[in-house]
Ligand binder design. Structure first.
Ligand SMILES: [Zn+2]
Length: 249
């Protein structure tokens, strides 16, 4: 119990003590689809569905997971290259999927830098502009470092980003099929239409018989289709930030 309690305090401390707040007041809402880690099924099924609707997403990768022991679950170099060719964004997680509040600052920093260096070995001209915290875990020094190194960071706190959004701890809504029925997700889409904010979805695997952190292709497509029906602009995290910063929306 005590450990959980301390974790809560540290996260809250990070959030209140260092943040980069912006007001996201858009003329029309934005939705982003993001994937963490990411399993092959995110690239293959998630990517296929996004392409079918002529939109793209953001894949926050941990490169220690590439070509992992179970070839049916881990992405390969080719998945990265195909995904970029399909106009998706590759974002940064930590290299070892390190939970950042559990390690000393310098170890966490080194793990993030290793992910950035390793991607250069595979795709030399690729820069990872945006980050997501594994497990949503963060500390004040890590958050400050992330602020120097990246344009944004996505956490796991539930919500839509609008007024006083923290670009270094962007809120999200989980596409975890076993947790959130589609009605709940559609309600969030109605909300973002009302408040003209930025709704960032996130999931992991997109496969039949998904894990508790993922969803089926049918569920994922229903969400993408709903956005298309509602004529909501779907952008990668980086493109959304560019539009927000340039006041284009
Ligand atoms: Zn992760």
């Amino acid at each position: 119990m005590m450990k959980r309690y301390i974790k809560y305090i540290r996260r809250k401390w990070a959030n209140i003590s260092f943040s980069r707040n912006i007001d996201i007041q858009l003329r029309e809402p934005i939705v982003s689809f993001t994937f963490d880690d990411a399993p092959i099924s995110a690239f293959v099924n998630g990517g296929r569905i996004l392409k079918k609707y002529s939109v793209s997403g953001t894949f926050y990768i941990s490169l220690s997971l590439m070509g992992g022991e179970d070839p049916s679950t881990r992405f390969t170099e080719q998945h990265l290259k195909d995904s970029i060719a399909a106009h998706n964004e590759i974002g940064c997680h930590t290299y070892g999927h390190t939970e950042l509040y559990k390690v000393p600052f310098l170890d966490g920093k080194a793990d993030i830098e290793k992910n950035q260096e390793e991607i250069k070995k595979i795709i030399p001209n690729l820069t990872l502009h945006n980050f997501s915290y594994p497990f949503g875990s963060q500390t004040q020094p890590i958050k400050r470092f992330i602020g120097e190194r990246f344009k944004s960071a996505r956490g796991i706190e539930e919500g839509i980003n609008n007024e006083h959004a923290d670009v270094l701890n962007l809120k999200t809504v989980k596409l975890y099929e076993k947790r959130h029925p589609l009605d709940y997700i559609f309600q969030k889409i109605r909300e973002v239409k009302q408040n003209n904010g930025w709704l960032i979805f996130y999931t992991h695997d997109v496969q039949d018989d998904p894990t508790e952190w993922g969803c089926t292709p049918t569920y994922f497509e229903a969400v993408v289709q709903k956005c298309a029906e509602e004529k909501i602009k779907v952008l990668t995290v980086n493109n959304a930030l560019n539009q927000i910063e340039n006041g284009e929306t």
